[in-house]
Design a protein around this ligand. Structure first.
Ligand code: SF4
Length: 277
């Protein structure tokens, strides 16, 4: 490369400036509106913003797995069962029994295994025990089933920017006390699930989207714990929507400001390494 000493000096200075700019470039790019918000999205951001950035924004680090998901199988079988239950009630017939639900679960489990799914960590007995429990809870807490796997979306504004809040509800029933929003849980029981607080993020978001559609409605939002048969319930009126919104708004502001610090916790999977030092 030829040139005067002054030209060479200018080229060197330009490449040094480019290197410096690269070094100072932000590691994270802010997200922009509209964002499709959901309980899972907000919860993932709250747990570790850096991990959220790698998996949700960059789309990295989530290896596809052939493992059967206990939660997925339970939800699928219960969706079919609850729809059949609702249909039978509408036609004045007896709802399907536990045997029908167990048959549904068994068929789905075996179909997935035959399709190449690996039953690692999920046994057929475990699945059937959970479905048996779910049916017992349905029998013991009988109510009219209004909606099954209902997806609700509502506009959600933070600092003037419009987003969408999207929720998929396992079930909505009509009881004597109003409606009952039900979310099935297949994990271990915990105090947070047995005694939901007034700023419970998941039930708070579910109550908010339902009330967006039915502003005057009262009733309860509940976790149904399918390992133990327990229910964690909170009255819709007891949910502090302002507190729930404050949690959501804080997370959205962080996403839009490009704030994705790492927050080490029990669920660390080493994704920080992708982001470099
Ligand atoms: S390894 Fe831990 S701290 Fe790092 S991004 Fe993942 S969850 Fe966050």
């Amino acid at each position: 490369m030829e040139g005067t000493a002054a030209e060479i000096g200018a080229r060197l200075a330009a490449s040094a400036a480019a290197l410096e700019a690269e070094r100072e470039a932000p590691r994270f790019h802010p997200m922009s509106a509209p964002i499709d918000l959901s309980y899972t999205l907000i919860e993932n951001y709250e747990r570790c913003p850096a991990c959220f950035y790698v998996s949700q924004v960059l789309g990295l680090g989530e290896a596809p797995t052939p493992e059967l998901s206990l939660g997925g199988l339970v939800h699928q079988a219960l969706e079919i069962h609850a729809k059949a239950w609702r249909e039978a009630e509408a036609e004045g017939r007896e709802p399907p029994d536990a045997a029908a639900l167990l048959a549904e679960g068994r068929t789905r489990y075996l179909a997935q295994v035959r399709a190449g799914g690996v039953a690692e960590g999920v046994t057929l007995d475990e699945l059937l025990a959970m479905l048996s429990m779910a049916n017992r809870m349905l029998e013991e807490n009988r109510a009219e089933i209004l909606e099954v796997e209902r997806r609700i979306s509502m506009p959600y504004v933070v600092d003037g920017a419009g987003h969408r809040m999207i929720a998929k509800l396992d079930r909505i029933d009509r009881t004597q006390a109003g409606i009952r929003i039900v979310d099935y849980k297949t994990g271990a029981a915990s105090k947070a699930k047995l005694e939901p607080k007034k700023d419970d993020l998941q039930l708070g978001i579910y109550a908010m989207v339902v009330r967006h559609e039915m502003p005057e409605v009262g009733g309860h939002a509940e976790y149904w714990l399918l390992r133990t048969g327990q229910r964690g319930s909170i009255e819709l009126d007891a949910i502090d929507e302002d507190k729930v919104r404050a949690r959501i708004d804080k997370a959205v502001r962080g996403m839009m400001a490009g704030e994705f610090p790492s927050r080490p916790g029990q669920s660390c999977r080493g994704l920080c390494a992708i982001l470099g030092p």
